[in-house]
Design a protein around this ligand. Structure first.
Ligand code: XMP
Length: 214
C-alpha cells in the first residue's frame, strides 16, 4: 500500500500542530515548506515530530550552486528527515545535497516534472532527462505529478525509483487515476484538501482509505 504525506502549508504554528494531532492516525509522513518555516522557523519540525513521530520532509526545492546547496542541506537536515531539490540546476548541485544527506543518513528527493499548468513550458520538456539523472545519482525518490497520470507512469518507469506525487485534491488530481502506478514505497501528497477541510481528520481518513483500496 502506498503512503499518505500531508503537505502542511499553513502559516500558523498552533494551527499546524493542531492539524497534526487531528490527522496523526491517517498520515504516514509530513511535508513542510517555505510557508510554514518562514512563518514559524525550522524549530517547528521538532514540534511536529514530538507530536506525531513521523518522517518530516522539507520541500525547499533547493536550486542553487553546489556550495550554497550544501549549506542549505546542512542546516535543513539537522531538523528534517529529507529535503526536496530541483534537478534542473545540474548534477553537481544535486550531488552536493546528496553528499550531506548521505553523511547524516537522510533522504534527498528530486523534482522531475511539476504538477501545475506552468510546468508544461519549461520543465516538462526536460523531465525525462531529469528522471534519468535522478536514477544515475541514486537519489532516494523523485517528485512526479498526479495531475498527469501518464507522465507519472513514464517518469517513474525511467527513474525506477520511489515517487512522491502532489496534485491530488485541490489541483484536480484523483487518487483513482494513479492508484495502479503506486507501490508501497510511494507517497501521495495531499495538502489543501486536508488542512482546509472542515474536518481535516475525516478528510485524511478518506484519502487513506482510498489509497488502501488498491
Ligand atoms: P496541495 O494543497 O495542492 O499541495 O495538495 C501540494 C503540495 O505539494 C507541493 N507541490 C509540489 N512540489 N513538485 C514539488 O516538488 C511539484 O510538482 C509540486 N506541486 C505541488 C506544493 O508546494 C504543496 O506543498
Amino acid at each position: 500500500m502506498a503512503k499518505l504525506m500531508l503537505a502542511l502549508d499553513v502559516l500558523d504554528e498552533n494551527k499546524a500542530l493542531k492539524i497534526i494531532e487531528e490527522v496523526n492516525d491517517y498520515i504516514d509522513a509530513v511535508k513542510i515548506g517555505y510557508p510554514l518555516v518562514l512563518a514559524c522557523g525550522l524549530d517547528v519540525i521538532k514540534k511536529i515530530k514530538d507530536i506525531c513521530d513521523k518522517e518530516v520532509i522539507a520541500d525547499f526545492k533547493v536550486a542553487d550552486i553546489p556550495s550554497t546547496n550544501e549549506k542549505i542541506a546542512k542546516i535543513t537536515l539537522k531538523y528534517a528527515d529529507g529535503i526536496i531539490v530541483h534537478g534542473f540546476v545540474g548534477e553537481d548541485s544535486v550531488k552536493a545535497v546528496k553528499d550531506v544527506a548521505k553523511n547524516l543518513n537522510k533522504k534527498v528527493i528530486m523534482v522531475t516534472e511539476m504538477s501545475h499548468p506552468g510546468a508544461l513550458k519549461f520543465i516538462q520538456p526536460i523531465a525525462e532527462e531529469l528522471a534519468e539523472m535522478a536514477k544515475k545519482l541514486e537519489v532516494d525518490a523523485i517528485v512526479v505529478p498526479s495531475t498527469r497520470p501518464q507522465r507519472l507512469k513514464r517518469l517513474k518507469n525511467i527513474a525506477n525509483l520511489p515517487i512522491i506525487t502532489p496534485g491530488v485534491g485541490a489541483q484536480g488530481g484523483k487518487i483513482e487515476d494513479i492508484l495502479n502506478e503506486l507501490g508501497e514505497d510511494d507517497y501521495v501528497i495531499v495538502g489543501r484538501a486536508i488542512y482546509q477541510a472542515e474536518d481535516p481528520k475525516n478528510a485524511a481518513k478518506k484519502f487513506k482509505e482510498q489509497i488502501k483500496n488498491i
